[in-house]
Design a protein around this ligand. Structure first.
Ligand SMILES: [Zn+2]
Length: 271
């Protein structure tokens, strides 16, 4: 079974702040043991393919207060010419004059979607200043992945990460493909799950959640499987291959696994 990973971070050690390294090391991430290899684009692509991954969404982050800065330009260049990678860009609204212009610039440079980090950058995702961004994404049929729920990184403010803020965005941009990264992690699993059921284009993305707990967090997961998308949150896990194997061992039908691990993401990314 082919897999699409909707949530992969790349970056060199110097891009991230110490707290990120401490967390990734505590997760036993192979990133440190195989650093030179896994920060080389061609070799990293091979690593993903060996884990069964056909395509991976590659994420930048501009979060100087919390996690660090992995520039859009770095990600776009890293992904150049490698078919496995689907580069996204990011916009940090408090830091730019015109979020819409910023987004357009990176679409022009090859970005195929957008990641937003409300709790790391301190903004509400339903803020009106972001509406031009959503309008562009909706018209260009590019998905927007939004961090929701908790984060262990120092300085993040969880009030910005409540999934309910995306209810308004989903209503105002019905054609926009929106994904709630981490499925409202912490105390908003039910909220994220419910929202993804009522809005046709709002999806629940499961990165960073222990596979063995998924059916505890989302007992009715299989009924809503068309709206759920796999992501690993590499390098915040040991290995992607093991993460995928644990998902495959869940008591879900083969059809459901196919939707979760591949088909839904393929449709959202228009592959
Ligand atoms: Zn992440």
């Amino acid at each position: 079974m082919k897999v699409i990973d909707f949530h992969v971070h790349i970056g060199r050690k110097e891009h991230w702040k110490e707290g990120v390294h401490a967390y990734q090391k505590s997760s036993g991430s192979e990133y440190y043991d195989r650093y030179e290899e896994l920060t080389d684009p061609a070799k990293f692509a091979l690593y993903l393919q060996e884990a069964g991954i056909e395509k991976a969404v590659i994420l930048p982050e501009i979060s100087p207060i919390t996690t660090g800065v992995v520039p859009n330009e770095y990600v776009l260049e890293f992904c150049q010419g490698i078919d496995v990678f689907v580069p996204f860009c990011t916009v940090n609204p408090p830091l730019v004059a015109d979020p819409g212009d910023e987004f357009k610039k990176y679409i022009g440079m090859g970005a195929r979607g957008l990641k937003l980090y409300p709790s790391y950058n301190y903004f509400y995702p339903n803020a009106r200043e972001l509406y031009p961004v959503y309008e562009i994404a909706e018209k260009s049929e590019l998905p927007v992945l939004v961090h929701t729920g908790s984060s262990i990184f120092q300085g993040s403010k969880i009030k910005y990460a409540e999934p309910i803020h995306l209810d308004e965005v989903a209503v105002d941009f019905p054609g926009l493909k929106l994904l709630m990264a981490h499925g409202g992690r912490g105390f908003w699993y039910d909220q994220a799950f419910f929202l993804s059921r009522i809005h046709p284009n709002l999806y629940l993305e499961i990165s960073g959640l222990p596979p063995k707990n998924l059916l505890t967090y989302f007992p009715e997961m299989e009924k809503n499987i068309d709206k759920m998308v796999y992501g690993s949150d590499w390098p915040g896990i040991t290995t992607i291959g093991r993460n995928i194997d644990s998902i495959k061992r869940l008591p879900l039908s083969p059809e459901s696994l196919e939707k979760l691990l591949h088909a839904n993401a393929a449709r959202i990314l228009r592959l």
